[in-house]
Design a protein around this ligand. Sequence first.
Ligand SMILES: [Zn+2]
Length: 410
Amino acid sequence: MESTIKKINTLKGYALELQKNMTCRPAISPALGGKGEYQKALYLESELNKIKFDELFHVDAPDTKAEGNIRPNIIAKYYGENKNKTLWLMAHMDVVAAGDLSLWKTNPFELTLDKDKDTIYGRGVEDNQQAIVAALLTAKIITESGKRPPINLGLMLLSDEEVGNENGLLYVIKQRPDLFGKDDLFIVQDCGDPEGREIEIAEKNIFWFKFTVTGKQCHASIPDHGINAFEASSNLAVRLTKGLREKFNKIDPLFSPNVSTFELTKREGGVPNVNIIPGSDVFYMDCRVFADYSKEDLVEEIERIADTVENEFKVKVEQEIVVNVASTPTPKDSPLVKAYADAVKELYKVDAKIIGVGGGTFAADIRNLGLPAVVGSKMYSNPHGPNERTRLSFVLDDIKLLVYVITHLK
Ligand SMILES: [Zn+2]
């Protein structure tokens, strides 16, 4: 491992170059107002071509709204001694928009290297370009080592993660179920901590609820001619938040945060004039709950709370689940978890910490195929905000960890 670590340390300049060339190709999904991942994928493919993979191919999803009319999904494989088992490194090419530019200290789509020569700033540098760099350079190290790894090393560089994976991972699973072998293992570097000791093996079950409150529109000067949907829905929003947090209050120390979460998020529509009492109001709630609570439990409590608002304000409340992602945890004693924990101990000299999180990575979809997936990386975990940053030394450590894991799996 020692000479390998030395070699990995020489890759800092290449990691910077990869980050730079990805950051200036903003791969924003058409659903978020961008052109998609086409340019970024072309660039990455030119870099992947420099590595002697045994297989390199695409499973592109057609999408007329995106540049090139596709959402690219790139798959690469380097065979191990045992060709029937693959360790997959998964990463997504798409990024979210920059958001409010005035909050950025640098141009989000032009990589900035800090004067410490290690910290880099730019949209996507952490989420999820660091994982792309780690996967690509791990493959470079393994393929140039002159020795086949015990099992195959696979790379999946996917599109469309930020808006639900429809044209990314879910498309690949549908088109090429054969790629997901029954003995395969998956590492998703899309979440982590600066010490790199956290291994995420479980995600909460995600429910996105949409609430539509219907009253009766009228002029604000004669409120008794209408029913104010805004007032009723505001009461509903407060009662739901309070009621659900109180009822579903189990604490599980495996998870961070250690409780189920119930958050009001998106609000739709509203009236254009200050003097109109709105006849309808629509809002959403993001709920992330432990597997102990069923969908039925949740819906029953929501309906009970909604009834109190309907009766009191004489409105109609409709609720709908617009997204539901549930997954079973990866077992703590899975060989993948063990190899990862050993790598953390060996390389970082700290004990790994097995955790669960709020959710929203590829891992849930992989676990739902009955396959083991862990999420972990050395990172600040500051995705989607302004001044997104990471360190080049973080990715070098990620590469060391990945090389350790692939060479220690059987
Ligand atoms: Zn991500």
